[in-house]
Ligand binder design. Structure first.
Ligand code: ME8
Length: 519
């Protein structure tokens, strides 16, 4: 039986259309899911939309629609974007689903049964945008002297009756969890931040609201809705059928990875494990807080007028160049910048000119010079063996880095394999061998064909659509594209034995052009 692997993204607020940050996080999760599937794991990948809370209620009121209508419309845009990005999720959860209300209430009751919930009055600085209360000591000052949250959002003094969760009780167990599992919060910079925060002591958390009703009702207290983060975090359980703890839940929980942005690490690495401990449920294995994507070094915002629609980027550059760029350009875990120039430069240098050109040259030389025919049993020279080894190293480098979520490094290792192939082509000059030594030309092209297949399979989690179009042209069966086939030394002879013939190849990584500026 394959080892199960459960990965989730944050669930996105559908209070507007998706932005590039949503695309970035979901692409990264999709690459991980595809990588784990290719590595033989039985993967469940969940994403979705976080539809309750004051932020949604206020946005809907501003627009003069119901929160339900707003989330119905906007969650559709998220789904459409994820389809365009070729995101292979297994479940898209919407927190307005009945099953999610049931799961959230079940988790609530489990926390209540542990004696961790009590009714009290809450007063504090509340940020509607962050949906979070802050301590006076955490606040910063805006340009006009106004109080702001640590995220720079406005805060208001708020007083309400509220249920509280005994978070204070969990400070020590949480610190123990972090100490026992150094990989639980990654990267290390985030881990250190969280540890410092918890070491400072934890105050009980206000977990219900009475000032509005757009949320999951608190069991037995109908005038309260749950604080949106309680219900939002529960989504990871809902998608597995909780409170039914058999079936998918038994198979996939605890999650292997919650992939989220750095701004919501505290919710996932402090509140969430405390809720789970209280409910007696196992703790996820890892919370990874990725960095933020910046537009030419700046945060996108409506006031700066620099908000990019990810759909427009896909239309301009294609989905795979965008996926490749995001995974290659940015050290995963750190902030990174994007611009049309950077996307075009990276995609042209590495996908079009290096790997795409290698694949296209190899297939077209086989098509033209060998009538598309492959041959087995040709003599292998030391230079060929050295190239095959360089490709194996590149593939192994990609796989070990991807297992650690070091995508950029992994792709760099993969590029070393590609460069080795291109250097080999130049050195062997098969076009010249055509007259001088046709048998050697044949051997060289067959070696290159094998290298292209291995490199293609390795990078398939990042650029799946393009690689599938390439592998289709190489006669590689749709069910022979996972990493297990890389260990099968007999695949090439088996392909030759089928009588497969390379047809006139069609390039899969076209060169990109920068859009003309209109000035
Ligand atoms: O936080 N670059 O939803 P959200 C990279 N509903 N990632 C970014 C980003 C950027 N510029 N901007 C946002 C929420 N993100 C909650 C989550 S989970 C139980 C509830 C990331 O729509 C952000 O860090 O504001 C988060 O991981 C995700 O996008 C959704 O953000």
């Amino acid at each position: 039986m394959a080892d199960p692997y459960y990965i989730t993204t944050a669930i996105h607020y559908p209070n507007g259309k998706p932005h590039i940050g949503h695309a970035y996080e979901t692409i990264a999760a999709d690459v991980i899911a595809r990588f784990q599937r290719a590595s033989g794991r039985e993967v469940r990948f969940q994403t979705g939309t976080d539809e309750h809370g004051l932020k949604m209620a206020q946005k809907a009121r501003d627009l003069g629609v119901t929160p339900r209508a707003l989330s119905d419309e906007m969650s559709g845009y998220f789904k459409d974007l994820f389809d365009l990005l070729e995101i292979g999720y297994d479940n898209f959860i919407r927190t307005t689903e009945d099953s999610h209300h049931a799961a959230s209430q079940a988790l609530w009751k489990a926390m209540e049964a542990s004696g961790d919930l009590y009714l009290d009055r809450y007063e504090g600085w509340y940020s509607i945008r962050d949906e979070a209360y802050y301590d006076e000591s955490e606040l910063t000052k805006g340009e006009g002297g106004e109080k702001l949250s640590p995220q720079g959002t406005p805060v208001e003094w708020t007083v309400e009756e509220s249920w509280f969760f005994r978070l204070s009780k969990y400070a020590e167990p949480l610190l123990q969890l972090y100490r026992d599992n150094p990989g639980f919060i990654q990267p290390d910079s985030r881990r250190n931040e969280v540890m410092r925060f918890v070491e400072g002591g934890l105050r009980d958390l206000s977990v219900s609201r009475t000032s509005f009703d757009w949320g999951v009702k608190v069991p037995g207290a109908d005038d309260h809705v749950m604080y949106v983060w309680v219900d939002a975090l529960t989504n990871y359980l809902t998608g597995l059928g909780y409170p039914d703890e058999t079936g998918d839940f038994a198979k996939y929980w605890p999650a292997d990875l919650h992939l989220i942005g750095k701004d919501i690490v505290r919710f996932h690495a402090v509140y969430w494990p405390a809720f789970l401990m209280s409910a007696g449920l196992p703790i996820p294995k890892q919370v990874f807080g990725h960095g933020f994507l910046l537009n030419r070094g700046q945060k996108e915002s409506k006031s700066l007028g620099n908000v990019t629609d990810p759909v427009a980027l896909i239309e301009q550059f294609g989905v795979d160049p965008l996926r490749y760029f995001l995974m290659r350009e940015i050290a995963f875990g750190q902030d990174g910048s994007y611009s049309p120039e950077a996307i075009v430069t990276r995609a042209n240098a590495e996908l079009a000119n290096s790997f795409g050109n290698l694949a296209q040259r190899t297939l077209s030389m086989i098509f033209k010079n060998l009538d598309g025919k492959l041959a087995s049993g040709l003599p292998i020279e030391p230079a060929d063996e050295a190239l095959l080894q360089a490709v194996r190293d590149g593939v192994a480098g990609l796989r070990s880095s991807f297992a650690d979520l070091a995508f950029s490094e992994g792709l760099e290792a993969w590029m070393r394999g590609v460069f080795a192939c291109n250097a080999y082509v130049d050195e062997m000059a098969p076009w010249a061998l055509r007259k001088s030594d046709p048998d050697r030309m044949k051997a060289v092209l067959n070696v290159l064909f094998r290298c292209v297949r291995d490199l293609a399979i390795a990078v398939r989690p990042v650029v799946p659509g393009s690689i599938d179009r390439l592998l289709d042209q190489m006669g590689v069966a749709a069910d022979a594209r996972d990493y297990a086939v890389l260990a099968d030394a007999g695949w090439f002879d088996a392909l030759v034995a089928t009588g497969f013939v390379v047809d006139k190849p069609v390039g899969v990584f076209p060169r990109l052009e920068l859009p003309q500026t209109e000035d």
